[in-house]
Design a protein around this ligand. Structure first.
Ligand SMILES: [Mg+2]
Length: 211
């Protein structure tokens, strides 16, 4: 029996480039904040970044765009999200990797991004995935070991039958590994790839071709 049944991908930094998120969080939101508060853009960026840092990546609010629009008093998030959609882009190997894996394995997305943004980010590649999981929207947590166990349960597989790959050392690698998944750390910038993948084409070295 082939051990791997399911391949799970992080979204941002793994499938989708950071362009959309960087634009929304570090350009569009500060620009709106600057306009509403009579600040110049540099001042607004500083204020908004300070607010982000007060919360930090381990708290759920960090990921919640509605929280930030309300906290910074920015009105509706929808037009701002819409204005950034043209920034969504995928890493160059994605289509080839996903189409070659999709015939052999079940593919899912396991992301810390809330669904309202995740659906935008994945809009052109959604058909490759059997399910899209957002730790925040579905389970009110960051990507903890528990999140990965719940996904396995949902998908009816054992952790050892799952590969997860992502670009965050803690949330994608350590936490998935702690849950018993076969975790791979994706380091697109690094040069030493003995312990990590440089891009997603390298996943195939860890998959045994079916007979
Ligand atoms: Mg990521």
């Amino acid at each position: 029996m082939r051990p791997i049944e399911l391949i799970s991908f992080d979204a941002e930094g793994t499938l989708v480039t950071p362009d959309f998120s960087e634009t929304i969080w570090h350009e569009a939101i500060p620009a709106l904040y600057a306009r509403n508060n009579g600040l110049d853009l540099a001042q607004a960026k500083k204020c908004v970044t300070e607010e982000y840092n007060k919360i930090g990546v381990h708290r759920l609010e960090w990921y919640d765009i509605e929280y930030w629009f309300s906290c910074l008093d920015l009105g509706s998030s929808e037009p701002v999200i819409r204005s950034c959609l043209s920034k969504i882009s995928y890493y160059p190997e994605i289509t080839q990797v996903l189409s070659s894996l999709a015939g052999e394995y079940k593919l899912i997305v396991a992301s810390g991004t809330p669904l309202e943004l995740l659906h935008c980010l994945l809009r052109d590649i959604k058909p490759y995935f059997a399910r899209i999981f957002s730790s925040i929207s579905h389970y009110r947590q960051v990507k903890t070991p528990d999140f990965y166990l719940r996904i396995c349960e949902e998908m009816g597989v054992k952790p050892a039958q799952v590969i997860h790959v992502g670009d965050n050392w803690q949330f994608d690698f350590l936490n998935a590994r702690q849950a018993g998944l076969n975790a791979f750390y994706l380091d697109r910038s690094g040069e030493d790839h003995q312990e990590s993948l440089g891009d997603l084409t390298q996943l195939k070295h860890f998959l045994i071709p079916s007979a």
